[in-house]
Design a protein around this ligand. Structure first.
Ligand code: NZQ
Ligand code: ZN
Length: 392
């Protein structure tokens, strides 16, 4: 096997009523004052926020709130959270929500631990994250995997940039995961979440480094599980078994375990982030919109790998490898279509884009053609433009 480091410090409390453990977990981490971060109101409407406050009250823990995190979370709200966390002298940042809320909580934690630095400097890569504060999470959507991941993705609404910071200091101390909390998700968010979960493993699966059999088996098992239970969850989002399988897949797909011993690719994420930055598109849909075009652009670099994917994940048998590889790509897109998400840019809310916009997106993604995206094939601005064009 190739060498790797795997660090998963997050304590998981999974199952029905798991949110009732939040006070105990906050206490365990020594919290006396907590900044609770949440989104646009789903946690208020469901009564979850009240439950969490009661949990903290019972442990004698004080708190303040940062409300109003939007999908594709903005740096300005995170800055406001930093001010609140400092004023409160918070010792734990508690996210109650999905990836956007958790990523904001992570940003607040970094900002409060580094009050002399504007947080965007970390996201722009001008400063390295060397300290942060503890973050806890109560997850309400299975998607981004931020509850165990090392990253946080923010959008700067002034510059129109969406970018992420990765650091082990971003990994939450605990994650409370009750699949029943996800029953109230809008169907589109559920579907986009399933795509995101699938893509976090797929972006680790196609790289130039092979040979780690166990890594492949874990990845393929996860992908098969997402296909089976993703469709069941989409058909009935009160199906506990399906919603719980998806929820756990969401965490495992992005905590590193499905890509051990090989480089990540994540070119599709970079291409997708530009569509979200420019048009505020839902993250998962940007990935399904570009993946097929990316795959057809690069598959010739390793036809057997794509053919193997089709066999191991989709159970497809073909004599010709090329035919098998193309069928596997088509099958993946069919899966996305079964969830009624976009498989091209034209199906996103932005619609078909003019050529100049595609060129601009490609320039933005590659920082003016100064960086390359991905590792399966390192994409320059021209490659990125060709993929956007094929996906348009
Ligand atoms: O704001 P509220 O009212 O809570 O509504 C949210 C939001 O509108 C709603 N929602 C969440 N749980 C709900 C619910 N509605 C009803 N019932 C519930 N139980 O769902 C909408 C989407 O929420 P969001 O947090 O944006 O979803 P998701 O978890 O998909 O997060 C997406 C963000 O995470 C980033 C994405 O780029 C995007 O900004 N990512 C973060 C990663 C990470 N930190 O590791 C990795 C990912 O690749 C991704 O980039
Ligand atoms: Zn993602």
């Amino acid at each position: 096997m190739h060498s790797f480091v795997q660090y998963t410090p997050t304590e998981i409390v999974f199952g029905k009523d798991a949110e009732r453990e939040t006070g105990r977990l906050a206490k365990k981490w020594g919290a006396a004052r907590v900044l609770i971060v949440y989104g646009g109101g789903s946690a208020v409407r469901s009564g979850l926020l009240d439950t969490i406050k009661m949990e903290l009250d019972e442990e004698g823990i004080g708190y303040d709130e940062l409300a109003g995190v939007q999908p594709n979370p903005r740096v300005s709200l995170a800055r406001e959270g930093v001010r609140k966390a400092i004023a409160l002298e918070a010792d734990l940042i508690l996210a109650v929500g999905g990836g956007s809320v958790i990523d904001t909580a992570k940003a607040v934690a970094i900002g409060a631990a580094n009050p002399e630095t504007d947080i965007w400097e970390f996201w722009e890569g001008r400063k390295k994250v060397e300290r942060s504060m503890p973050v806890g999470t109560v997850l309400t959507i299975s998607a981004a995997g931020s509850e165990m991941s090392d990253s946080s993705v923010l959008t700067n609404e002034e510059t129109g940039r969406k970018c992420g910071v990765s650091s082990d200091l971003n990994r939450p101390k605990f994650a409370v995961m009750n699949p029943e909390l996800t029953y109230s998700l809008p169907k589109y968010q559920l579907a986009c979440g399933i795509v995101d979960i699938y893509m976090h493993t797929l972006e680790r699966y196609f790289t130039q480094v092979g040979g780690n059999r166990m890594t492949d088996e874990i990845a393929e098992g996860l992908l098969r599980t997402v296909i089976e239970f993703g469709q069941k969850a989409y058909a009935d989002q009160t199906d506990y078994e399906a919603m719980s399988e998806i929820m756990w897949c969401g965490s495992l797909s992005h905590n590193g375990i499905t890509g051990l011993g090989r480089p990540r690719d994540f070119a599709n994420h970079k291409l997708g982030h530009e569509l979200s930055a420019m048009f505020d598109e839902t993250h998962g849909a940007t990935l399904s919109a570009v993946w097929g075009s990316w795959a057809r652009y690069v598959y010739r670099l390793d036809v057997p790998r794509f053919a193997h994917y089709g066999k191991a994940v989709w159970g497809m048998e073909y004599e010709e490898e090329e035919e098998a590889a193309l069928a596997a790509i088509e099958k993946t897109e069919e899966f996305f279509r079964s969830l009624q998400v976009a498989t091209c840019i034209g199906e996103l809310k932005t619609g078909v884009l003019p050529d100049e916009t595609l060129k601009k997106l490609a320039q933005n993604a590659t920082k003016g053609n100064t960086i390359r995206l991905g590792s399966f094939k390192e994409l320059d601005a021209h490659d990125a433009y060709e993929i956007y064009k094929a996906a348009n």
